[in-house]
Design a protein around this ligand. Structure first.
Ligand code: ADP
Ligand code: MG
Length: 517
């Protein structure tokens, strides 16, 4: 009687109550803190070096957190906020992380005043709903025209390393690309691809009306350009069937060897004939193609590419309207696709294949040039964000003012509504409003302004008009962001508030951490 009962393994670690909360909150805050300085047009970049020495230089919140190799479970939840944000809307990852961190800071203050974690969580949920309504009110009236799309794309790229090309010029490409893949049903975002190629200044970036892939023709004799091309895409290899373990050639004399070789050649010949008889001009294969088949294709004037990545092959299939064939012998007229032209261009040591004017889907490729790998990588990320924001602006409800104006206005709305909330929950709603101001405050800080003065001025300016913390030259000014074309998609702001609230409340509610050995 009275002997203790052990339910956990000897090495399990357990932290409970305020200790658990404090350590989780501290971890979450640390993550948010690590991306804070990258927020906004004057945000700084980070250089991340992994164990193998690979270097990534970026300003992108999601990329930073992904590369950081974070292990603490609560900190990991903030990383997930950034991931969710990236997947859902493609931008606003730093905003979401910084906001989640600030919600934790405020929550900690409430907990230390003995407000119950559930009250904090409920208050935050209430505040989130008010905030989402307030965002709807801030959506800028009018059609989503090219001008708006350009503004939203440009805003998302400001402060990113875009090389010699201005965010302005890139935004134009982004809008052209998105418009090209838009139809009555929406935007086929996946039909816009970004292909990066090192070796020229970023000014050489262009929009290609088609698909660009890394591939080299199998033989030098193959033509470098085919017009009105019939295309087959093969997701298999073309090689003689391998000798399986239960079939064994017992070659005892030369005649038998000749027979074996002849059988193999006949088999390969049949593959080549199937392709040639189908009338193809171009073969794109995801795996190896036997050289003897290539030799026959050369004679028939067919251009063949082997070992093309699956993603690239699928993009060509989609654009040209061909199916991904599993076996050449099943080839059928329905499986073939068409393109106005297929051409091979050399860039330094690399060959690139341009498949333009595909018959089926309107696919476009932003062909991005840059002096170094780091430049093109960061350009690719910036363009990815810009394409995403332009897409959600069209599909998901327009734009709201940027430069911290939306957060400031939403904070005001939440604070006004707090008065109507009973009991201690009111404190949590107010804390949520305060937390939102971290965005304009951080933007100001990163622009080298005094954050307290900036917030005071911003609050005052929003009483009579519209104002945000707008970057100008080396510093920032309190000015109307909309007049300057600084706008963000409403969907990005909504998602940031939702995912930040979710992560913060989840962390606050935990009061017991049991870690197995
Ligand atoms: P995120 O990962 O959250 O998208 P960014 O570093 O891209 O982080 O910064 C986005 C924030 O910067 C948005 O709030 C946006 O409105 C703001 N912003 C963009 N351009 C400007 C500008 N010229 N002046 C002030 N704020 C800007
Ligand atoms: Mg951004």
């Amino acid at each position: 009687m009275g002997s203790p009962i052990f339910i956990l393994g000897e090495d399990a670690q357990r932290t409970t109550g305020r200790d658990a909360q404090q350590s989780n909150i501290a971890a979450g805050k640390a993550v948010a803190e690590s991306v804070r300085t990258t927020l906004g047009p004057r945000g700084m970049d980070k250089m991340l070096v992994d164990a193998s020495g690979t270097v990534v230089i970026t300003n992108d919140g999601a990329t930073i957190l992904e590369e950081m190799d974070i292990e603490h479970p609560a900190a990991q939840m903030l990383v997930e906020v950034a991931e969710t944000q990236e997947d859902a809307v493609g931008d606003g990852t730093t905003t979401a992380s910084v906001l989640a961190g600030q919600l934790l800071v405020r929550a900690e203050e409430l907990l230390s005043q003995d407000v119950h974690p559930t009250t904090v969580a409920e208050g935050y949920a209430r505040a989130r709903d008010i905030a989402l309504d307030a965002i709807d009110e801030l959506v800028i009236d009018g059609d989503v025209d090219d001008e708006t799309l350009q503004q939203v794309a440009r805003t998302s790229m400001t402060g990113k390393g875009t090389g010699h090309l201005s965010a302005e010029a890139l935004a134009e490409y982004v809008v052209r690309a998105i418009r090209a893949v838009e139809d009555e049903e929406g935007v086929n975002r996946d039909d816009v691809r970004v292909h990066t190629q090192v070796g020229a200044s970023s000014g050489a970036t262009e929009l290609v009306e088609g698909v660009v892939v890394d591939a080299e023709a199998m033989r030098d004799e193959m033509s470098r350009r085919v017009d009105d091309a019939t295309v087959a895409v093969l997701d298999a290899k073309i090689e003689p069937r391998e000798t399986s373990t239960d079939v064994e050639y017992n070659i005892t004399d030369v005649r038998q060897l000749d027979e074996a070789i002849a059988a193999e050649e006949a088999e390969l010949g049949a593959y080549a004939d199937a392709l040639i008889e189908a009338g193809i001009d171009v073969l794109v294969a995801t795996k190896d193609v036997d050289d003897r088949v290539a030799a026959q294709l050369v004679r028939a004037g067919v251009v063949a590419f082997e070992d093309v990545s699956s993603a690239d092959a699928r993009a060509i299939a989609t654009a040209t309207g061909s199916s991904m064939l599993g076996d050449v012998r099943d080839i059928d007229a329905d499986d073939l696709g068409f393109a106005e032209s297929v051409r091979v261009e050399s860039y330094g040591d690399d060959d690139l294949v341009f498949v333009e004017g595909g018959a089926d889907a309107k696919s476009v490729t932003l062909f991005v040039r840059g002096g170094t790998e780091h430049v093109v990588d960061e350009l690719e990320r910036a363009l990815g964000d810009a394409l995403d924001v332009a897409t959600v602006t069209i599909t998901d409800g327009g734009v709201v003012p940027g430069a911290g104006m939306t957060e400031m206005r939403v904070a005001n709305a939440v604070r006004d509504a707090a008065a109507g909330v009973e009991g201690r929950g009111q404190l949590a709603v107010e804390a949520f409003a305060d937390a939102l101001e971290v965005i304009p405050r951080t933007l100001a800080e990163n622009m080298g302004m005094d954050p307290i003065d900036a917030l005071v001025d911003l609050r005052a300016a929003n009483e009579s008009g519209s104002a945000g913390v707008v970057s100008e030259g080396e510093t920032g000014i309190i000015a109307d962001p909309v007049e300057r074309g600084i706008v963000d998609p409403a969907a990005v702001k909504r998602e940031a508030i939702e995912s930040a609230t979710e992560a913060a409340t989840m962390i606050v509610r935990i009061d017991d951490v049991i870690a197995a050995e």
